[in-house]
Design a protein around this ligand. Structure first.
Ligand SMILES: Nc1ncnc2c1ncn2[C@@H]1O[C@H](COP(=O)(O)OP(=O)(O)OP(=O)(O)O)[C@@H](O)[C@H]1O
Length: 314
């Protein structure tokens, strides 16, 4: 189990993480999602014991990243978002080098390399130069490297970034295999649907703060009552926007051309009542479109709302 306990991190005056608390259960896949600069890499670097917290702590199976870094390192495998591979080495030599760094015996290394290459679908590349691998293959080789000492916990910072769709699917399949092997996986991405498919839980980071966290099904269920509504009007869009924006069931009302869009909370009857009210108020509605929100929409809405509140200093 991984427990973030009020973790904050400052770089000078930049608050990269602000009071982040969350729990990741063993054997689950937890996804950190957030835009560029949200704090994902900072959270992972702290978890990987590479940089210190400013305050708070992270416990990995009860061990503190601050006070018991060695014990934590033995339990984790960390794949950074940018990594170098030693181009002049062959795939086998590359993994062998890391195995030696972990002081594995030659026999153990040989067995481990065979196992890992099979897991990351690179068996047939064993004797090729790392330099000759595609980006996706290099990414998978790096993943194999993080597994060489058989860690229980994997910290993967944007493992699918820069990969083409096929390579992304391969990476996803490998992560599912790793989960079946009982690994706990922390993964980050700025692409929410990519995480939604494989993660048991996700956390949305925005400007260093954890603004939503939980089981994907739960988060989706919370959204069931909410939908995107777009109302097209034939004239006086300004009054129409003001009318809808003032309704208690409406949030985030915006206007673009003749279309007023907003998030609506309520069932079909509530929708019908609002439409009737609008028409009675003299708004000339020409069309109405309703869309259920998906996770990607939620991510956009949550991060936009937080950004708006911050710019207004609320
Ligand atoms: N070494 C550093 N020195 C100063 N500021 C930093 C440093 N590393 C990160 N930051 C700042 O901290 C904030 C969080 O950065 P971080 O790299 O953790 O975000 P991220 O979510 O991983 O973004 P990305 O997806 O772009 O990697 C940003 O404002 C960033 O500019």
């Amino acid at each position: 189990m991984i427990e973030f306990q009020h973790v904050s991190k400052k770089y000078g005056t930049t608050k990269a993480l602000a009071d982040v608390s969350l729990t990741i259960e063993s054997g689950t896949i937890y996804g950190f999602v957030g835009a560029n600069g949200a704090g994902k890499s900072t959270a992972f670097s702290i978890l990987a014991t590479l940089i210190p917290v400013s305050s708070g702590d992270i416990l990995v199976n009860g061990k503190s990243v601050t006070y018991e870094a060695h014990a934590v390192r033995a339990m984790i495998g960390y794949m950074p978002d940018f990594f170098g591979v030693y181009d002049q080495l062959k795939v086998e030599e590359y993994l062998d080098f890391y195995g030696s760094a972990y002081q594995l015996s030659e026999a153990v290394r040989a067995k481990k390399i065979t196992e890992l290459l099979s897991l990351v679908r690179l068996t047939e590349k064993r004797f090729e130069y790392v330099d000759d691998l595609s980006r996706g293959m290099k990414q998978r080789l790096c993943l194999a490297r993080t597994l060489i000492h058989n860690p229980d916990i994997l910290i993967l910072d944007e493992p699918a970034s820069g990969l083409d769709p096929r390579a992304r699917v391969e990476m996803r399949d490998i992560l599912k295999d790793l989960k079946r092997l009982g690994k706990t996986i922390c993964i980050s991405s700025h692409i929410l649907p990519e995480l939604a498919e494989i993660c048991d839980e996700i956390g949305v980071l925005h400007a260093g703060r954890l603004i939503a966290s939980g089981n994907i099904a739960e988060i989706e269920a919370q959204l069931q009552g909410e939908k995107w509504v777009t109302v097209s009007v034939v004239e006086d869009e300004g009054s129409a926007l003001a009318f809808f924006a003032n309704l208690p069931q409406v949030a985030n009302a915006t206007q673009q051309g003749d279309a007023i869009s907003f998030v609506f909370t309520g069932d079909e009857y509530a929708q019908a009542a609002v439409l009737k009210q609008a028409i009675e108020a003299g708004i000339r509605v020409s069309a109405l479109e309703v869309q259920k929100k998906n996770l990607e929409d939620v991510f956009m809405v949550i991060t936009k709302e937080v950004a708006q509140r911050e710019s207004q200093n609320i």
